[in-house]
Design a binder for this molecule. Structure first.
Ligand SMILES: Nc1ncnc2c1ncn2[C@@H]1O[C@H](COP(=O)(O)OP(=O)(O)OP(=O)(O)O)[C@@H](O)[C@H]1O
Ligand SMILES: [Mg+2]
Length: 207
């Protein structure tokens, strides 16, 4: 397999983490040395982001958007260092979310797109942010995602600020535009409807 750095993306509740886990299991069965990772990370800055995502803030959307953008990229720059080291060890690195999330989410919150894109391109150019070899965007209509989130919430209390239908619809539109916005042919849109196994099968068709 030539792809070494692979990312799973999608709106809340689309099934990213489910597909990510199945995918990593299958890679291991095939004898690959896999490093599973995620954003926000479970390091200091990542933990701070996760904590903040569960809290309401009175800040205006653009200020909040700027704070999240800076926090997520700070976490990502550290993450990138770790990813690089794992790749050098010969591992396949698979990440549950990456910069595609920051771009799509902050745009959906009305934050300045030009600012994020400029900032992002500079960080890619300087080598602080790594472009994945392959991105699977697990695509699911917002209505379906909300149903899955409700089901999951009944199993464990976990509601985050982004899990509202109107927001998820806008978010999905922004995700679907990313392939063009980022001019990245390695972003693959995967139909996320159907059973977990059906979705996983669609993913493997690309490899
Ligand atoms: N194909 C599927 N059919 C039905 N339910 C599913 C499917 N895939 C995942 N689920 C269930 O839907 C819920 C959301 O899935 P998952 O946690 O993988 O989504 P996610 O995209 O990682 O969400 P988040 O963005 O909140 O991390 C979980 O309870 C999961 O078990
Ligand atoms: Mg998840």
């Amino acid at each position: 397999m030539k792809e070494k750095f692979i990312v799973f993306e999608g709106i809340d509740g689309s099934g990213k983490s489910t597909q990510f886990k199945l995918f990593c299991e299958k890679l291991r069965e095939m004898g690959c040395d896999v490093k599973e990772t995620r954003e926000p990370t479970r390091e200091l800055i990542g933990d701070l982001i996760s904590k903040r995502l569960k809290e309401k803030t009175d800040l205006p959307g653009d200020v909040n958007g700027l704070i999240y953008t800076l926090l997520f990229y700070a976490d990502r720059i550290e993450h990138n260092n770790m990813i690089q080291k794992e790749l050098e060890k010969g591992k396949i690195v698979v990440s549950d979310r990456n910069y595609h999330s920051t771009i799509a989410y902050q745009q959906s919150q009305g934050f300045d797109t030009d600012f994020i894109m400029d900032f992002h391109r500079k960080l890619v150019k300087s080598g602080h942010v790594k472009v994945p070899d392959l991105v699977f965007f697990v695509d699911l209509p917002a209505e379906e995602a909300i149903k899955r989130i409700d089901y999951r919430a009944k199993q464990k209390a976990r509601v985050e600020i982004f899990e509202h239908i109107k927001f998820l619809k806008k978010l999905r539109e922004n995700y679907l535009k990313l392939k063009d916005v980022l001019k990245d042919e390695n972003i693959k849109i995967i139909d996320g409807t159907g059973t977990k196994e059906e979705v996983q099968e669609r993913i493997w068709k690309y490899l």
